[in-house]
Design a protein around this ligand. Structure first.
Ligand code: PHE
Ligand code: NA
Length: 442
C-alpha cells in the first residue's frame, strides 16, 4: 500500500499536542542558549527586551504558524505551495534548509549534554576552570563528540520513526513533566546557595545604559532568541498544527505553550546564575561552549556537585531530545506528504544525512558557532519574516477566519492580531535581519 492510501496522522489528544509543542519549545534554547545570551548581552537588560519580544513578536507569530498548519493540513513546503502564489510558494523550502542546519549542530550540542551527564556519574567534574576548559575541548570535538552526536541522532530517529501518536506524543508525555519537575526542584536548590543574592541582582536588575549603548546587538539577539526558543521560523509549529484534527482554541494553546517556555527559560536563569556566582565564575564569558565549561567547573566546586550536575545535564539532554524530534518531523512530514516516502525510510535516511552534516560542527567549535549564528540570526528570521508578510499583508482574511474556528467570533481580537503581525512583527524581524546579517559578516 502506498502512503497515499494511508490517512494523514493526527494527535490523539489535546494535551498531546500541547505537550509536543511545549517539548519542542523547551530545549537547548532555554537551558543552554538563553543563559549565555543573557550573560553575553548584558544581563537583565537583555532579559527585559527578550520578554517584550516574546509577547509582542513571538505570540502573534506562533499563531500565524498554527493557522497555516491547521488550515492546510500540510508540511511547510506543501502548506506554502497551497496558500502562496508566485515566489511565495517556495518559502517553505527556507524552513527545510533552516531545520537541516539547526538540527545538525543542535544534535552535536545535545551529544555534549549526554557526555556531561555520564561524566558526572563516572568521574565527577573538574573544579579548576582551566582544566575544565581543556577537558571540554577534548570532549566537545573529535571522536567523542561525533560518537555522542550519532547516539543522540539515533534516539531522535527511533522516536520519530514510530510516528505522531506512538512516537512523538508518547515520548513527550513522559519527557515534558519530568523536565518541569526537575527544573523547579533545581531552582529551589540554587536558592539555597551562597551566591544566590548576588546572582539575582545581576539577573534581575537591568542597567538602562546597557540597552541604549548596545541596542544594535541586543535587538537582533533578543529577536532571534525569541524566535528560536519558541521554535518559530522553522515550520515546526506549522507541522505540529497540521496534525490537529479538530478546531481548537489556538490562541489559548499558544498562550499555554509560550507560558511554559518562558517560565522554564526564566527559571533556568535562577538555576544557572546562582551556581556560577557561588563558584566565582564570570557569567559574561562568551560562546557556545563557555557555559559548559563554567557550569562544569562550578559543579566541580559544589558539595554533591557530580550528582546535581548529572541531573542538570541529563535534564538538558531530555529537553534537547523533545525539541530535536520536532525539527526532524518537519523534514519527515515533507517527505511523506510530498514525496510519498514511507516514514521509516524517510527518518532513517534523513537521520544519516543529518549525522554527516553535523560532523563539521562536531570537529570544530568555530564552525558550530558560525552555524548557530547564521541559522539563528539570518535563516530563521528570514523564513519567519517572509511568512509574516505573506499572511499579514496578502492573506489576512483567510488567517483571521481560521483563527476564529474554535474561538468564536473575535471581532477586534482578530484584527488586533493581524495588525500586530503586519507592523511590529514584520518591522522587528526586518530590523533584526538587517542587523543580524551585518553582525554575521563582521
Ligand atoms: N525551541 C527550541 C529550544 O529552545 C529549539 C528549537 C528550535 C527546536 C526550532 C525546534 C525548532 O531549544
Ligand atoms: Na525554547
Amino acid at each position: 500500500m502506498s502512503s497515499v492510501d494511508v490517512p494523514r496522522e493526527q494527535w490523539a489528544t489535546r494535551i498531546g499536542f500541547i505537550f509536543a509543542a511545549v517539548g519542542s519549545a523547551v530545549g537547548l534554547g532555554n537551558i543552554w542558549r538563553f543563559p549565555f545570551q543573557v550573560g553575553q548581552e548584558g544581563g537583565a537588560a537583555f532579559l527585559l527586551i527578550y520578554l517584550l519580544f516574546i509577547l509582542l513578536i513571538g505570540f502573534p507569530a506562533m499563531l500565524v504558524e498554527f493557522v497555516v498548519g491547521r488550515y492546510t493540513e500540510r508540511n511547510p513546503v506543501g502548506a506554502l505551495q497551497a496558500i502562496g502564489s508566485g515566489l511565495w510558494q517556495y518559502v517553505g523550502w527556507i524552513f527545510i534548509v533552516t531545520t537541516f542546519v539547526i538540527l545538525s549542530y543542535y544534535s552535536v550540542v545535545a551529544g555534549w549534554t549526554i557526555r556531561y551527564t555520564l561524566l558526572g556519574l563516572q568521574d565527577g567534574y573538574l573544579a579548576d576552570a582551566s582544566e575544565a576548559e581543556v577537558q571540554f575541548v577534548d570532549l566537545a570535538t573529535g571522536l567523542d563528540a561525533i560518537a555522542f552526536h550519532a547516539l543522540f541522532m539515533a534516539i531522535v530517529v527511533v522516536i520519530v520513526a514510530y510516528g505522531i501518536q506512538h512516537g512523538i506524543e508518547l515520548a513527550v508525555k513522559v519527557m515534558v513533566p519530568a523536565i518541569i519537575i526537575i527544573t523547579v526542584g533545581m531552582a529551589i536548590y540554587a536558592f539555597t546557595l551562597e551566591g544566590a543574592s548576588e546572582a539575582y541582582a545581576y539577573y534581575l536588575s537591568p542597567e538602562w545604559g546597557t540597552i541604549t549603548a548596545e541596542w544594535t546587538s541586543i535587538l537582533p539577539a533578543a529577536a532571534g532568541q525569541a524566535f528560536f526558543t519558541l521554535s518559530l521560523g522553522m515550520g515546526v509549529m506549522i507541522t505540529y498544527a497540521s496534525y490537529l484534527g479538530e478546531d481548537r482554541n489556538l490562541a489559548e494553546d499558544g498562550a499555554i505553550i509560550i507560558g511554559f517556555d518562558t517560565t522554564i527559560a526564566f527559571i533556568t536563569g535562577l538555576i544557572v546564575f546562582p551556581i556560577l556566582f557561588t563558584a566565582g565564575v564570570d557569567p559574561a564569558d562568551p560562546g557556545a561552549g563557555a557555559i559548559f565549561v563554567s557550569l562544569a567547573a562550578a559543579f566541580g566546586d559544589l558539595t554533591l556537585g557530580w550528582l546535581i550536575g548529572a541531573l542538570f545535564f541529563g535534564t538538558v539532554a531530555v529537553a534537547a531530545l523533545s525539541s530535536a524530534i520536532s525539527l526532524l518531523e518537519v523534514v519527515i512530514s515533507y517527505l511523506i506528504d510530498e514525496r510519498d516516502i514511507s516514514r521509516r525510510t524517510a527518518t532513517f535516511g534523513v537521520g544519516v544525512a543529518l549525522f554527516l552534516l553535523g560532523i563539521p560542527s562536531a570537529s570544530d567549535l568555530v564552525l558550530l558557532d558560525l552555524f548557530d549564528l547564521f541559522a539563528d540570526q539570518v535563516l530563521l528570521v528570514l523564513g519567519g519574516l517572509l511568512l509574516m508578510i505573506l499572511i499579514g499583508w496578502s492573506l489576512p482574511d483567510l488567517a483571521v477566519e481560521e483563527l476564529e474556528l474554535g474561538i468564536g467570533d473575535l471581532d477586534s481580537l482578530g484584527s488586533a492580531w493581524i495588525w500586530a503581525v503586519r507592523i511590529p512583527v514584520v518591522l522587528v524581524l526586518f530590523v533584526a535581519l538587517a542587523l543580524g546579517v551585518l553582525d554575521y559578516y563582521e
